[in-house]
Design a protein around this ligand. Structure first.
Ligand code: 26V
Length: 819
C-alpha cells in the first residue's frame, strides 16, 4: 500500500489531481501552501488506511490503553515527521524535486501546531511518538486551542506577542469527529434524589453545558503500520442560539452556553511554571478531562461489562497536576452515572490514575480557591471534599494528635484545593522526571507523602524522540551515523554506543566537524534572513534556547557575555576564540523580569555586534520566535549547549538531550538530567560548574546567601552589574535595567537564583570551553562521544520504563497483509 502511493509516478499524479480537485490549479499556478495541502492529502490517504487498520486491531484485541491527559502537546510540524516514520521521506523529496520543488520549502508551509509552552508539552509529543513506535495502544488527550502559543516578534529589542492563528488555512492532518461528542456541564447546583429502591443519588441542576467535539490527529509509528491517536477537544455550544430556544424561554441559557463554548478553548495560557489561578483555566481543565474520561469509559463498556476490570484495560496518566480533576470526575461518573458504591469507585480510580510531577517550583503548584471550584464544579467539589475527609482520617490514624501533618498534607486547606495532594492521594504511581528531581521530591517537597506512601514513588528520567531530533532535524548527521553503525538506532538508540570506536579516528572526526559546519551554515543563513546579522560559521556556536525563566538563568549567560566584552576591550589581544552566543526564548506575557532579560540580550547584541574594535570576536544573536521547527535546526548547529539552571530547579530538561544527540557539548550545572548525562558521557566530555543542588537547598534553608559580598569583592562582577545602570546598554534610558540590577542586589530575595554565587565558576568553565575548542581533535572526539552516549535519552527507553513499571500495556502488532 505504502509502496504504491509513494512510488514517484503515482505520488506525483496524486498531488496533481489533488491540486486540481481542491484548487482547480496546476503546478505552474499553485502556491507553495496549496502544494503543501495537496501533498498532505496524498499522505493522508495512506494514513487513513493504516489508522483504520490499527483501530480495528485495537477493537479486536482490546489491548490495555494509556490515556495521556495533558493540557499541552507541543507537536511541531507533522508532514516531515510522518513521511519519515512512513519511511517515505526520500521518495517524496525526490518526487517533489522532479516537480522542481524543494521539500524543505513545502515543509515550511506547515504552521507549527504550538499547543504547548515548553518542556512539558514537548515531552508529551515525544512520548506519543515513542508509544506508537513501540507498538502500544495510546490516546493523547488535550485541547484544540484556537490560538496556540503566541508568536514572538522582537521590535526594538522588546518581545511583542502576536496571536498564532494556526488553523487559518485549515490543518490537513486533523479529523473532526462530531459523532463522538460528549456533553460537559458547568455550574448549577446539586440536588439529592432518592430512587424507588431508597438509594440516594446526586443530580446536577441548572447547569450550563457545552459539547466537546473530538478532533483526531494521527500519531504514526516508525515503520510499524501502527497509528495511535491524539484527540484534541474543541468546544461547541449545545444549543445554537436560535429563535427556537427563545420560544422556549431558554434565550438566556442559549446565549450563555454559546459564550461559554466560544471562550473555552480560545487560548493556551502562555505561562510556564507559574500559576495565575484563572477561572477559565480550570474550566479548560475540566472540559478536556471530562470528555476524555467519558470517551474512555464508553469505549471500555462496548466490550466489557464489569467496571471493576477497568484497571486492566485503562490507565490515565496525568501530565502534571493540570488534569488532576480527572480523579474526581472519574469518581463522579462511577458513582452517579454507573451507580457504584464509594469503595468500588475508589478502588477503580486509585488503580487507573497515575501522576507525573514536572517541577518543584513553588509558583507552579496548582491550588484553586474552593469558592471557584465549588461554584464551577459543584458535584466534583463534593467528591473532593469526601476524598479529603477520608484522607484526613487516615492521616489522623497514622499520626494521632499531629495537626501539623494535616495542615501540611490535607487536600483542602486554607480555602484552597491543592491539586498535587489530590493527585498523590488518588494516584497509584507518582513519578519525577529525572533521578535528582525524584530524590528532591522524596526528600524535600513531597517528603510527608513519601513517608506515607513510599511505594507509589518512582523515577522516570525523560527522553526525546531521536526520529524527529536526529532523523528529521539533522539529516546529515543521521546519514553519517547510519553509515557507521547501521540504521537500527531509529528504534534502538543504544546502538549509538558503537560510535565510540570512531571517537579517536581523525577521519571520522573531520567528517563530524564538516557536518557540524554545514549545519552551522544552514543556521547562519536562517539568522541572516531573519535577523539580518552575519555570523562567522567558523566561530563556536554557543546556544541557550528554552523558555525564559529566572531559574534557567539566561541572565547569567548574558552577564558573562558583558564580562567577556569588557575583557576584550581592556585587552584586545586576549586569547578568545571567536564565539557566537545564540539565544532563543519566549517569555510569558506578564513576566516582566523575563521580558527585560530579552531586552537586555538584544541591547547587548546591538552594542557588541556593532563594535568593530573587537574584530567580530564575539557576537550575540537572539533568534525570534523559538519553536519546534527552528529548534530542530538550532540543535543540529550547536557546538555548546547551555544548561545552566540553578541546581535543584530544573526538573529534568529535555533540550539538553537534544543538543547531546546532535553532538553539542554541554556547559551546565549538576541539575535535572544533566546529572545523568554527566554519568553517561564522563567528566572529560562535559563542562560542569556551579553549586550543587544540596548546597543551593542548604543556603535556601539557612537564608544565608548575600550577593552583595560578590559584588563588593569582585571588581569585574561589580563592573558588569554597574553597566546595567550606567547607560552602557541603554544609553537613552539608564533606568531600563534597574529592575534586573535590583533583583540581583537589593530586592527582598536578592539574586534568588544564585547568579553571582555561580558567576566565577561559570566564567572559568567558559574559559575551558574556549581553550578546548582550539584543540579540534579533542573537541571532535568529545562531541562524537556525546552522540555515542546519548542512547539512554531516547523517549523509547523512557516509555518502556513507564510501560514496565506503571502502565503494563500490551504490545500490539498490526498486520499489514490486507494492504
Ligand atoms: C505549569 C503551568 C502552571 C499553571 C499555568 C500554566 C502552566 C503551564 C505549564 C506548566 C508546566 C511547567 C512545568 C514544566 O514545563 N516542567 C518542565 O517539564 C519538562 C518535562 O518533564 C522538564 O524537562 C523541565 O525540566 C520542566 O521544567
Amino acid at each position: 500500500m505504502r509502496d504504491n502511493v509513494f512510488n514517484k509516478k503515482v505520488f506525483i499524479k496524486s498531488v496533481k489531481e489533488n491540486l486540481m480537485t481542491q484548487y482547480r490549479k496546476d503546478l505552474s499556478t499553485a502556491s507553495n501552501q496549496e502544494i503543501f495541502q495537496a501533498v498532505c492529502i496524498s499522505v493522508k490517504d495512506v494514513i487513513m488506511d493504516e489508522w483504520l487498520a490499527t483501530q480495528q486491531t485495537f477493537a479486536r484485541e482490546q489491548p490495555k490503553t494509556v490515556y495521556y491527559l495533558s493540557m499541552e502537546f507541543l507537536m511541531g510540524r507533522a508532514l516531515g515527521n510522518i513521511l519519515l516514520n512512513l519511511s517515505a521521506y526520500d521518495e517524496v523529496a525526490e518526487a517533489l524535486q522532479e516537480l522542481g520543488l524543494d521539500i524543505n520549502a513545502i515543509e515550511d508551509e506547515e504552521p507549527d501546531p504550538a499547543l504547548g509552552n515548553g518542556g512539558l508539552g514537548r515531552l508529551a509529543a515525544c512520548f506519543l511518538d515513542s508509544l506508537a513506535t513501540l507498538g502500544y495502544a495510546a490516546c493523547g488527550c488535550g485541547i484544540r486551542y484556537r490560538y496556540g502559543m503566541f508568536k514572538q516578534q522582537i521590535i526594538d529589542g522588546f518581545q511583542i506577542e502576536v496571536p498564532d492563528n494556526w488553523l487559518e488555512h485549515g490543518y490537513p492532518f486533523e479529523l473532526r469527529r462530531p459523532e463522538y461528542r460528549y456533553e460537559v456541564k458547568f455550574g448549577g447546583h446539586v440536588e439529592q434524589e432518592v430512587d424507588e429502591n431508597g438509594k440516594l443519588s446526586f443530580v446536577q441542576k441548572d447547569y450550563r453545558s457545552v459539547w466537546a467535539i473530538p478532533h483526531d490527529m494521527p500519531i504514526v509509528g516508525y515503520k510499524n503500520n501502527l497509528i495511535d491517536t491524539l484527540i484534541i477537544w474543541d468546544a461547541e455550544a449545545k444549543e445554537v442560539f436560535s429563535l427556537d430556544s427563545f420560544d422556549k424561554g431558554d434565550y438566556q441559557k442559549a446565549v450563555e452556553e454559546e459564550m461559554l463554548a466560544r471562550n473555552l478553548v480560545d487560548v493556551l495560557y502562555p505561562n510556564d511554571n507559574h500559576v495565575a489561578g484563572k477561572e477559565l483555566r480550570l474550566k479548560q481543565q475540566y472540559f478536556f478531562v471530562s470528555a476524555s474520561i467519558q470517551r474512555a469509559i464508553e469505549r471500555f463498556k462496548q466490550k466489557n461489562d464489569n467496571l471493576m476490570d477497568m484497571p486492566k484495560k485503562i490507565v490515565f496518566q496525568m501530565n502534571d497536576t493540570h488534569p488532576t480533576v480527572a480523579v474526581a470526575e472519574l469518581m463522579r461518573i462511577l458513582l452517579d452515572d454507573e451507580h457504584l458504591e464509594w469503595d468500588e469507585a475508589w478502588e477503580i480510580t486509585t488503580h487507573c490514575v497515575a501522576y507525573t510531577n514536572h517541577t518543584i517550583m513553588a509558583e507552579a503548584l496548582e491550588k484553586w480557591p474552593i469558592e471557584i471550584f465549588e461554584r464551577l464544579l459543584p458535584r466534583v467539589y463534593q467528591i473532593i471534599d469526601e476524598i479529603n475527609r477520608r484522607f484526613v482520617l487516615e492521616v489522623q490514624a497514622r499520626y494521632p494528635g499531629n495537626d501539623e501533618k494535616i495542615r501540611k498534607m490535607a487536600i483542602l486547606y486554607d480555602g484552597q484545593v491543592r491539586m498535587a495532594h489530590l493527585a498523590i492521594v488518588a494516584g497509584y504511581s507518582i513519578n519525577g522526571v529525572a533521578k535528582l528531581h525524584t530524590e528532591i521530591l522524596k526528600k524535600q517537597e513531597l517528603r510527608d507523602f513519601y513517608e506515607m506512601f513510599p511505594d507509589k514513588f518512582n523515577n522516570k528520567t525523560n527522553g526525546i524522540t531521536q526520529r524527529r531530533f536526529l532523523g528529521h532535524g539533522n539529516r546529515l548527521l543521521a546519514k553519517w551515523v547510519t553509515d557507521k553503525v547501521g540504521d537500527k538506532w531509529y528504534t534502538d538508540l543504544s546502538v549509538l554506543k558503537e560510535l565510540t570506536d570512531y571517537a579517536d579516528n581523525p577521519k571520522a572526526q573531520e567528517e563530524f566537524m564538516e557536518i557540524k559546519h554545514k549545519n552551522k551554515v544552514r543556521l547562519a543563513k536562517y539568522i541572516k534572513e531573519h535577523n539580518g546579522i552575519d555570523v562567522d560559521t567558523n566561530s563556536i556556536f554557543d546556544v541557550q534556547v528554552k523558555r525564559l525563566h529566572e531559574y534557567k538563568r539566561q541572565l547569567l549567560n548574558i552577564l558573562h557575555v558583558m564580562y567577556l566584552y569588557n575583557v576584550i576591550k581592556e585587552n584586545p589581544d586576549v586569547d578568545i576564540y571567536p564565539r557566537t552566543f545564540i539565544f532563543g526564548a519566549k517569555a510569558a506575557a506578564g513576566y516582566e523580569t523575563a521580558k527585560k532579560t530579552i531586552k537586555l540580550i538584544n541591547n547587548v547584541a546591538e552594542v557588541i555586534n556593532n563594535d568593530s574594535s573587537i574584530n567580530g570576536k564575539i557576537k550575540v544573536v537572539f533568534i525570534e520566535d523559538y519553536k519546534v521547527s527552528n529548534a530542530e535546526m538550532i540543535f543540529a548547529a550547536a557546538d555548546v549547549s547551555e544548561q545552566i539552571s540553578t541546581a535543584s530547579k530544573e526538573a529534568s530538561g529535555t533540550g539538553n538531550m537534544k543538543f547531546m544527540l546532535n553532538g553539542a557539548i554541554t556547559l551546565g550545572t549538576l541539575d535535572g538530567a544533566n546529572v545523568e548525562m554527566y554519568d553517561e558521557v564522563g567528566a572529560d566530555n562535559i563542562f560542569i560548574f556551579g553549586m550543587s543542588a544540596d548546597e543551593v537547598i542548604e543556603h535556601e534553608k539557612r537564608h544565608d546567601y548575600n550577593p552583595i559580598d560578590y559584588y563588593n569583592n569582585d571588581p569585574q562582577i561589580k563592573k558588569v552589574l554597574n553597566q546595567l545602570i550606567d547607560g552602557t546598554y541603554s544609553a537613552n534610558d539608564r533606568e531600563l535595567f534597574r529592575t534586573l540590577y535590583n533583583a540581583l542586589l537589593h530586592d527582598k530575595e536578592a539574586d534568588k537564583y544564585f547568579i553571582l554565587a555561580d558567576f566565577r565558576s561559570y566564567a572559568k568553565a567558559q574559559q575551558k570551553v574556549n581553550r578546548y575548542y582550539q584543540d579540534k581533535n579533542s573537541w571532535a572526539k568529545s562531541a562524537i562521544l556525546n552522540v555515542a552516549n546519548a542512547g539512554k535519552f531516547s523517549s523509547d527507553r523512557t516509555i518502556q520504563e513507564y510501560v514496565d513499571d506503571i502502565w503494563h500495556l500490551d504490545k500490539v502488532k498490526i498486520d499489514n497483509t490486507g494492504a
